[in-house]
Design a protein around this ligand. Structure first.
Ligand code: NAD
Ligand code: WQD
Length: 338
């Protein structure tokens, strides 16, 4: 059985569907700080059965000891974290406590229970402002905000844990680029609280008519059309990448570090047009100044993941927009009415 921390969240819920469809039993641990219990039923509608879930916190050492004692956990996929960049600048201690201390507590519990297989959610944010593109895993690392530092610190903790007990641990540090989209059923997807920080959920809410226009943060970048370029990856491709990482870890002890991206850059305006086509709705936008801390462009070299894991992203921007719209125009809209 696999323990999925943060399994009620955006990426975790899609992971649950992928695990269920792979016939892999799993247990969710989530404190619902950024998710709703109702997602579990919707995972069940897709997968045939709602996952077992424990409401609790990864910082709760006694709870973790109890879970490892009661369930036959052989590996952990660790999504549970806070992820809002701006909030992390205002509340750094909350981020370090939840993300870094939470991961240390989890690793201590794993070590005590002799469960040494972990798939960890890292982020392309650890590359800071890349010197060249596409980004390879051996590029220099840096951070510009506490959220990014928390990911870098956790990556270091994992490297140190692996080095202290060589060959004992099986750890994957998966550096996600920009996860977007939703399950093709439209039953699960991304539902941010308040004003969305990220592009795709904001665009989706403009298309829905809930927001008047998109602010495009910067039209003067040295990119093809002047707007920021990113490597958007469909959340279901991302989940499949985790299955591939788990398969790899079964065969290979040690520390694996790979990018999960498509290798394809998409600009803000290309995303706007893609969403307009998928939804048949206009997405009005206004050009605004650059957002502090943003890089001009960021996309992956996905070659190592393909070489080691035999995984590559399958779904294009049209599919990402189509699935995000199906979710936004259905369940997401209902959730906000009720
Ligand atoms: P999310 O907020 O939707 O999901 C995280 C889940 O973890 C939520 O359900 C939340 O309630 C839970 N959680 C948070 N702290 C917890 C704690 N202390 N104990 C138990 N549960 C806790 O976020 P997501 O987009 O699904 O991200 C999942 C992971 O991927 C995070 O680690 C995030 O940093 C990382 N990541 C996300 C992105 C992105 O753009 N979405 C990009 C790169 C990396
Ligand atoms: C994408 C592009 C914006 C909103 C962030 C985190 C990163 C990772 C993923 C977790 C940029 C532009 C956005 C808007 C806009 N998270 N934009 N108007 O900044 O690449 O990455 O989420 O690890 O750590 O930093 O993603 O979706 O916020 O922005 O013009 O209202 O869209 O300027 O060019 P980003 P994003």
């Amino acid at each position: 059985m696999i323990l999925v921390t943060g399994g009620a969240g955006y990426i975790g819920s899609h992971m649950g569907v992928a695990l269920a469809q792979a016939g892999q039993p799993y247990l969710v641990l989530d404190n619902f700080s950024n998710s709703q219990p109702s997602v579990l039923e919707r995972i069940g509608q897709i997968a045939g059965q709602a996952p077992q879930c424990i409401e609790g916190d990864v910082r709760d050492a006694a709870l973790l000891a109890d879970i490892f004692a009661r369930y036959p956990i052989e590996a952990v996929i660790h999504f549970a974290a806070l992820k809002a960049v701006g909030e992390s600048v205002a509340q750094p201690l909350r981020y370090y406590e939840n993300n870094v201390a939470g991961t240390v507590t989890l690793l201590q519990a794993m070590q005590a229970a002799n469960v040494r297989t972990l798939v960890f959610s890292s982020s392309a944010t650890v590359y800071g402002d890349p010197a060249s593109l596409p980004i390879r895993e051996d590029f220099p690392l840096s951070a510009t905000n506490p959220y990014g530092w928390s990911k870098l610190m956790m990556e270091q903790v994992l490297a140190d844990v692996d080095a202290a007990e060589p060959g004992q641990w099986r750890i994957a540090r998966l550096r996600y680029f920009n996860p977007v989209g939703a399950h093709e059923s439209g039953l699960i997807g991304e539902d941010p609280q308040g004003i969305p920080n990220n592009l795709m959920p904001f665009v989706a809410q403009v298309a829905e008519g809930r927001r008047e226009f998109l602010s495009v943060f910067g039209g003067d970048y040295p990119t093809r059309d002047g707007t920021g370029e990113r490597d958007y990856i469909h959340v279901c491709d991302l989940a499949d990448g985790h299955l591939a990482a788990l398969r790899y870890l079964r065969q290979h002890p040690g520390l694996l570090t790979v990018n999960l991206g498509t290798g394809q850059p998409t600009s803000v305006l290309e995303m706007v047009r893609g969403f307009e086509q998928a939804s048949g709705r206009p997405v009005p936008y206004r050009m605004m100044p650059r957002r502090p801390g943003d890089v001009a462009a960021c996309w992956a070299d996905p070659g190592l993941a393909q070489q080691l894991l035999g995984w590559r992203a399958q779904r294009d921007i049209a599919a990402m927009c189509r699935d995000a719209w199906r979710w936004q125009d259905g369940v997401a809209r209902q959730l906000h009415r009720g």
